[in-house]
Design a protein around this ligand. Structure first.
Ligand code: PXG
Length: 290
């Protein structure tokens, strides 16, 4: 594995950053999880745009242009001979000193890792996931806006652990108003009276790239799809449910807090969307140079 750090490539054992990097010391930084399929990077510019927005929101000035980051990502894929896989793009505040203030961090650190993907086992795509609601709320935008894809994922990790302790594959986070926002690392969708619904971004959900893609695919296919306020009740009583994320793609859910969803098997419309999504990811995207 060859890893990109600040303009240079290193073998994994040599890929190191300072213990004074504020990404490590304070989770001060932003990141993206990106996928490549069949020699193309899926939705690369959407990911780069979200990275820029995350950086702007935390007053981290990226010293590289969009084009420079894009070519670094593609070059990392090329050097790793990657056709299909997972990319982690990380930008930290950079090396500083002990002390919160970012003003002594002179230069952000940029890291690109190209690796294999750790997916949910195939049986979950066939049989569906069991999920539970966590006691950990999605953090309020007044604390740290959940729209920022920051390196501080403790809110999500604490929720994830709760899900694991309960024997579930994912965990639903409610926002401080008690509405459904998203899962620890995936967005939520469900179908009710034939309409595809996902929580509004104002619920505290990340502006997922897979979420946007699924909304677009559904509308192109002539479905009614909308963003709404979502209560747990809506999930308990829906016809079909699934989660979306770059890593998970579209994964069906068949049980929420002990309530069986639909027939207890992945739904037909979920399967349709999985098919459409698979077609899109394997036929579009930015080509990795040879
Ligand atoms: N919500 C959250 C909180 C996420 O972190 C998504 C939704 C889905 O967004 P995209 O753009 O991928 O459709 C994410 C992203 C993991 C892991 O290891 C998952 C994400 C990020 C980092 C790690 O499970 N998901």
């Amino acid at each position: 594995m060859i890893i990109y750090i600040d303009g240079k490539f290193y073998p994994e054992e040599k890929a190191k950053i300072s213990v004074f990097d504020h990404g490590l010391l304070y989770g001060d930084g932003v990141f993206e999880g990106i996928r490549a399929y069949a020699g193309r990077v899926f939705k690369l510019d959407e990911h780069l745009s979200r990275l820029e927005d995350s950086a702007k929101a935390i007053l981290l000035k990226l010293p590289w242009s969009r084009a420079e980051i894009r070519s670094a990502v593609l070059e990392t894929c090329r050097r790793n001979k990657m056709k299909s896989g997972y990319l982690r793009l990380v930008v930290t505040r950079g090396k500083g000193y002990l002390g919160l203030s970012p003003d002594r961090c002179k230069k952000p650190t940029i890291i690109i890792i190209a690796t294999k993907l750790e997916l949910y086992p195939a049986k979950y795509y066939r049989n569906g996931l069991t999920v539970v609601t966590g006691a950990t709320w999605r953090q309020s935008p007044a604390a740290l806006d959940p729209g920022i894809k920051s390196l501080n994922y403790l809110n999500n990790i604490l929720a994830k652990i709760e899900g694991q302790l309960a024997g579930a594959q994912e965990v639903i986070l409610l926002n401080p108003q008690g509405l459904v926002s998203e899962c620890s690392g995936d967005n939520i969708f469900f179908i009710r009276d034939g309409v595809l619904i996902t929580p509004k971004l104002s619920s505290g959900a990340l502006n997922g790239i897979t979420r946007a893609t699924v909304l677009e695919l559904a509308r192109e296919a002539g479905w009614i799809a909308r963003e709404d306020d979502v209560r747990r009740y809506d999930l308990f009583t829906c016809e079909e449910m699934f989660l979306t994320g770059t890593g998970a793609e579209i994964v069906p859910v068949v049980e929420v807090d002990g309530r069986m969803i639909g027939t207890g098997k992945p739904g037909k419309r979920t399967a349709e969307l999985m098919h459409l999504y698979h077609q899109l990811v394997t036929t579009t995207g930015t080509k990795i140079p040879r």
